[in-house]
Design a protein around this ligand. Structure first.
Ligand SMILES: NC(=O)c1ccc[n+]([C@@H]2O[C@H](COP(=O)([O-])OP(=O)(O)OC[C@H]3O[C@@H](n4cnc5c(N)ncnc54)[C@H](OP(=O)(O)O)[C@@H]3O)[C@@H](O)[C@H]2O)c1
Length: 289
């Protein structure tokens, strides 16, 4: 695909001051689960900025989904939204079929949706069977079924990306993360199996692991907790000194969807301003020297 810029129709002064964005995903169709809010919206908008047609899913917040679709369309491309509960894998399979019917293919699939915190947030010895099952059903099981369906319809050189949280999968200290940590670890394992299975078709399968991101689920926490998390990042536990943004994560997903990323597959990419490489044993001030 030839790189194209999006500045042609903008006034000259604007065109001279705005960074040029490559429309390298023009002609491609992306399906982003949980695109109504937070990181999913950031991903949908970055893919749209690069020219992709973007279908998103939501489960309860139809107004938010419509706002994402409106914002996608402002990037001079097509956007649609469908209601899907990823707890029922038949719904995501139907959504994939619907996108193929409407646009001809799914070239990019981003598995991003995650249920609300109370549905899974409980420590190992207090978590209910329902919370455990919901977490597994909506993460690795949903991803497993979605990729198997998407693989049937995705043309060669497609892109599959799963949103995980690699740090929470690796550690055990954040006790109420037990179900989500296990679920994301299983998803990252599936990423590697699917990556090998689809490699001959040039389809890449990767995980993106964001650090803590502003304007996402973090906003649903009590204000005092939000401030503690933000202060923690700026105090040095995130070397770049801030929380991530949905646009930061959208940029990484768009990068993985580019032609130039064709040799990266089966990887978990930590997009976290360096948070995952800080040592836990030493206070950040001592690590700075
Ligand atoms: N936020 C972070 O700091 C962070 C850090 C690391 C990893 N992540 C990962 O990034 C992804 C997005 O997180 P986020 O914080 O941006 O999420 P969020 O703001 O809470 O948004 C969740 C999205 O998932 C949808 N959703 C919820 N339950 C669903 C269900 N049962 N079926 C289908 N869709 C459902 C929501 O739709 P409605 O709007 O209709 O409710 C919404 O679009 C997740 O996979 C998460 O684990 C996030």
């Amino acid at each position: 695909m030839a790189p194209v810029t999006e500045v042609a129709s903008a006034p000259l002064s604007e065109a001279l001051t705005q960074p040029q964005v490559r429309r390298d995903l023009e002609g491609r169709t992306a399906l982003v689960t949980g695109g109504s809010r937070g990181i999913g919206r950031g991903i949908a908008l970055k893919l749209a900025e690069r020219g992709a047609r973007v279908a998103i899913t939501y489960v309860t917040h139809q107004d938010d989904a419509q706002r994402t679709v409106d914002a996608v369309k402002r990037h001079d491309t097509i956007g649609t939204a469908t209601r899907v509960d990823v707890a029922d894998h038949r719904q995501i399979e139907r959504a994939i079929d619907g996108v193929v019917e409407e646009f001809g293919s799914v070239d990019i699939f981003v598995s991003n949706a995650r249920t609300e915190i109370p549905t899974f947030y409980a420590a190992p010895f207090s978590i209910t069977a329902e919370q455990w099952n919901t977490t597994l059903d909506t993460q690795p099981t949903a991803f497993f079924h979605a990729v198997r369906r998407v693989a049937e319809v995705m043309p060669d050189n497609g892109r599959i990306v799963a949103l995980t949280y690699g740090t929470g999968s690796r550690t055990g200290s954040w006790q109420p993360w037990v179900a989500m940590g296990a679920a994301k670890a299983a998803t990252e394992s599936l990423v590697r199996y699917f990556a090998v299975g689809l490699a001959r078709r040039g389809i890449t399968v990767n995980a993106v692991s964001p650090g803590f991101v502003d304007d996402s689920v973090v906003k649903s926490l009590p204000e005092v907790a939000q401030k503690m998390i933000s202060d923690w990042a700026s105090s040095g536990w995130t070397p770049m000194g801030r929380l991530g943004t949905p646009a930061d994560i959208g940029n990484v997903v768009a990068l993985l969807c580019s032609e130039e990323a064709r040799w990266i597959t089966g990887q978990t990419i930590y997009a976290d301003g360096g948070a995952s490489i800080v040592m836990a044993e030493l206070p950040p001030a001592l690590q700075q020297g």
